[in-house]
Design a protein around this ligand. Sequence first.
Ligand SMILES: Cc1ncc(COP(=O)(O)O)c(C=O)c1O
Length: 358
Amino acid sequence: MSRPIKATVNTTALSHNLGRVKALAPASKVWSVVKANAYGHGLARCYQAFASTDGYALLNYEEAILLREAGVTQPILLLEGFFKPEDLALIEAYQLTTAIHSDWQLQALADYAAKKPIAVYLKINNGMNRLGFSPDRISALWQTLKTLPAVGEITLMSHFARADEGPAFIREPLQRLEQATGMLQAPRCYANSAASLWHPETHHQWIRPGVVLYGASPTSCAEDIAPFDLRPAMTLSSEIIAVQQVAAGEGVGYGHRYMTTTSQRIGIVACGYADGYPRHAPSGTPVWVAGKLCKTVGTVSMDMLMVDLTDCPEAAIGSPVELWGAQLPVDTIAQAAGTVGYELLTAVTQRVPFTLIA
Ligand SMILES: Cc1ncc(COP(=O)(O)O)c(C=O)c1O
């Protein structure tokens, strides 16, 4: 028998979530964001669950090529664009759509002799201050791009820094975008998950949701997405592999950061930070054990963590444990550990076997 930890990916949940997002933005096309190995769910495993998407958005050529060689015919968008001028040949060969965010990329496109024009996403830096051209340059850049034989359709792209924080944080960036691009006859693609859920005025021709497709919240608060009927796609589960009856006043785990105050039944779970469970999750982080909500105690070890079984007397060696997933939102664990669901989903390590269910 192998170690009992596993990650289960529910492909029906993935398809369902895409359907929910489409229903929220019926007039827009959807780029399903599958970067970071489909947010840790496994791109090769998951892309077919998004078969009804209008396009796939990602970062790596390896991932783009995997999709093309698997027979994907929808557009594939490189969210960070190309990294070297010579990459344009690959972009053309695999018919990829590329973002451009820097002058050297514009020059590379001007210098490139394409047999077939390349679709381009012109990235506008709209206060995120990460990638993109400043809004006051967009009109001129758009005019220049239109003159380049290597350039096909041009879409205006931007990314909101604070779309998960309410309408007040969208109004100003949206106005800035409108001022800079209002005159341009071009499709637009601005909305990530948060904007897709909460700011329909940002939807335009294309939206670019990521984390909601996997059933997690852009705010890392599970209640925030409850009205949208999204389903968690990944469940990280394991089992109790040992039980200790620990006397009152004893320490549990490394550093004895948890001390019992009464005699306590402690379950040892085969899951630790080397599986991707956050070491910073404090005592009291929820864990689902044998159908009941329990709490972790002590410091998470490399391969194990401990749970208080006081309220779950029926739990024993072999009892099922859910670390996050169908019963326990990943966002709840992320909040307890001071991080975001995105990080936990993408951090499940290679030693954890993945299984697909439909
Ligand atoms: C450019 C871009 N678009 C879309 C997304 C999707 O974001 P989310 O997962 O919040 O929907 C990301 C993710 O970071 C991104 O960097």
